[in-house]
Design a protein around this ligand. Structure first.
Ligand SMILES: C[S@@+](CC[C@H](N)C(=O)[O-])C[C@H]1O[C@@H](n2cnc3c(N)ncnc32)[C@H](O)[C@@H]1O
Length: 429
């Protein structure tokens, strides 16, 4: 017989996989959700995302409740205690249910003997909860980010750093992109409203809608038929700035899972798009997205630094380089980034970005446009990258985008409702 599923136990294991084994929550969570009913999937997501978001504060509380925190093989129980305390502090789960289910998780985690300890720690927390405030603690606990990251953000954004960190700790809105090959945005919005779902528009993308509350995609009219795609507002702005035209040859050089490839094809339906990614598995998601939207592109698995290895002697009218980056602009969507990234990653990523940019530039036609984009908010990957590139390429002209500067357009996650993103539009003489 199947064991009864205990969501708190699974959540604790997911947190362990992220924090101790360096796995990404967006990989391990969907695998764990596969076996669950819709309602349980949502709760598992809430618990695992919540703990990862509030990790330093939950740690701080546990350290005050226990003489010795759980280590080694029992570490999963430390994460289970976090799950328990997270429910009591931040969710509407009735406290008696939160407590009973969390204690019971010890059984599904084969730690029966620790039930009493878990019960004791959680009950002590309940008694003492008013003691736990975070005004006078170190910044990493107060703002829920690692110190190295806070230092970088303070240096880059001396005025806005606290609002950026607050935005990173918030829950992201769900943005959609209406496929205007099927409906105008207003027509599809009417269908959405008829389905009882409210959304608002923005002048920043003529295809974008922001849902009042996130919903499962199966509730969106025509999702399977390709009428709409889930994509953040800031991500939508990449293909808009690229401005693809019908019939053009376009290279999307870091394309997976294909959010921007498909947008390009919706904007310029008969463009000849080549979509490349180094990761074969991720590239298969581009194929799935193209199929759902009934669009066509040439897909290549290859390293963007070495186009000669996978591309014949071909040049492009437009190139989108949505570069691999620190993803520091999308922490509200992927809070595990805070714990998976290391300070040293930033300079390594900047080198990789520079190499792909150099290689892509050589494949751009004279008069062609390259849009360099990242979902980072760090100057090393963005404004500095572009300034260095323009200074060392006499055939490159940087076009200032509305609201941008000589060194590109940086959008912060604390502004405009979209993720943190960077864009620079370069024209080749
Ligand atoms: C920001 S994501 C791209 C998102 C995508 N443009 C979209 O809109 O769905 C960056 C991608 O770069 C890919 N990548 C990383 N290093 C690469 C390289 N050297 N060459 C090509 N692709 C690379 C990653 O596999 C990842 O899919």
């Amino acid at each position: 017989m199947k064991n009864t599923v205990n969501l708190r136990g699974i959540a604790a294991q997911l947190v362990e996989q992220v924090i101790d084994k360096g796995q990404s929550l967006s990989t391990v969570l969907p695998q764990a959700q596969r076996q669950l009913a819709d309602k349980d999937r949502a709760l598992l997501q809430e618990l695992s995302f919540g703990v990862i978001r509030f990790l330093p504060q939950l740690d701080h509380i546990i350290l005050q409740l226990m003489d010795k925190p759980m280590k080694g093989k029992q570490r999963v129980i430390h994460y289970l205690l976090m799950v328990g305390i997270y429910q009591l502090r931040h969710t509407r789960v009735p406290p008696h249910a939160a407590l009973a289910e969390t204690v019971q998780a010890a059984v599904s985690l084969k730690r029966h003997s620790l039930k009493g300890l878990i019960n004791g720690v959680l009950r002590t927390y309940q008694r003492r909860q008013s003691e736990f405030t975070f005004e006078h603690v170190v910044d990493s606990v107060k703002y829920l980010h690692p110190s190295w990251f806070i230092n970088r953000i303070k240096a880059a954004w001396p005025d806005g750093w606290a609002s950026i960190l607050d935005a990173n700790n918030s829950r992201p809105p769900m943005w959609l992109r209406v496929n205007t090959l099927h409906h105008t945005r207003d027509d599809w919005l009417n269908l959405l409203q008829e389905a009882g779902i409210s959304a608002t528009t923005t002048p920043l993308s003529p295809q974008a809608l922001c849902l009042e509350k996130p919903v499962g995609v199966t509730l969106l009219p025509g999702f399977q038929a390709g009428w709409v795609t889930v994509q953040d507002l800031s991500a939508q702005r990449c293909s808009l700035y690229l401005d693809p035209q019908p019939g053009e040859k376009i290279l999307d050089i870091c394309a997976a899972p294909g959010g921007k490839t498909t947008h390009i094809l919706e904007l310029a339906n008969n463009a000849e798009v080549t979509a490349v990614d180094i990761d074969e598995q991720r590239l298969s998601r581009v194929a799935e997205n193209l199929e759902r939207l009934k669009l066509t592109a040439r897909l290549i698995c290859g390293d963007g630094r070495y186009p000669d290895q996978w591309l014949e002697d071909q040049h492009f009218d437009r190139i989108l380089l949505d570069a691999p980056c620190s993803a520091t602009g999308v922490i509200r969507r992927h809070p595990d980034i805070k714990w998976l990234r290391r300070d040293s990653d930033i300079s390594e990523l900047a080198i990789l970005q520079k190499e792909i940019l150099e290689a892509a530039w050589r494949r751009l036609k004279s008069g062609g446009t390259l849009l360099y984009a990242t979902c980072s908010i760090l100057p090393e990957e963005n404004s500095r990258q572009v300034a260095d590139f323009v200074a060392s390429h006499s055939d490159a002209r940087h076009v200032i985008l509305p609201g941008g500067t000589e060194q590109g357009l940086q959008v912060l996650p604390s502004e405009l409702g979209g993720d943190g993103f960077f864009y620079a539009k370069l024209i080749k003489h």
